[in-house]
Design a protein around this ligand. Structure first.
Ligand SMILES: CC(C)(COP(=O)(O)OP(=O)(O)OC[C@H]1O[C@@H](n2cnc3c(N)ncnc32)[C@H](O)[C@@H]1OP(=O)(O)O)[C@@H](O)C(=O)NCCC(=O)NCCS
Length: 143
């Protein structure tokens, strides 16, 4: 089955939130970040989403694929599209994730523990810093 990747529109909001909710990922900022969301479709069904957060650092966020559509290449296609978009905007894309092995396959490298606080200011104040289960990663853009 073909996987189509396109920019998200207002009409996709509900589907995006549904997909993120499966994994308890943040749904509060979807409206605000909608211009940087992309979605994946198979047979006209929205099956995955991802976002390039253009904050203090450029970060791949909110990537998720509907449970029954995982392991079909959707996530991989979403990462490729996000990195293509990032190519024009930045030299490094960061990421915080509980699925580091997937992202290693896409070329991301794990950050050293001491790099986290210098990349994400909010990590400095976070009371859960010492028990954080998220792996911090980055990928450098090649020209
Ligand atoms: C992580 C996720 C987006 C991957 O999407 P996907 O469509 O299932 O991934 P793909 O089918 O493109 O997989 C590409 C490769 O990564 C592997 N892979 C997929 N999910 C993986 C995971 N969670 N951990 C390790 N490897 C994974 C696949 O087996 C495949 O390997 P191969 O190329 O050797 O065959 C998806 O599993 C998901 O939605 N997970 C829950 C939400 C989540 O954790 N999001 C990340 C938050 S930052």
């Amino acid at each position: 089955m073909d996987i189509d990747i396109r920019k998200a529109t207002q009409a996709d909001l509900k589907d995006i939130k549904t997909i993120l909710s499966f994994y308890y990922l943040d749904t509060e900022n979807v409206e605000k970040n909608l211009p940087e969301f992309i979605i994946a479709q198979m047979n006209n069904k929205i099956v995955g989403c991802a976002c390039l957060d253009l904050g203090d650092v450029v970060e791949l966020r909110s990537i998720a694929v509907l449970p029954s559509y995982r392991n079909k290449g959707v996530g991989s296609n979403l990462v490729d599209a996000i990195l293509k978009r990032a190519q024009d905007l930045t030299k490094i894309v960061y990421l915080r994730t509980t699925s580091p092995v997937f992202f290693e396959k896409k070329g991301f490298k794990r950050l050293q523990n001491n790099e986290k606080k210098s990349v994400w200011k909010e990590c400095m104040q976070c009371e859960k810093y010492d028990i954080c289960r998220q792996t911090m990663m980055k990928i450098e853009m090649t020209t």
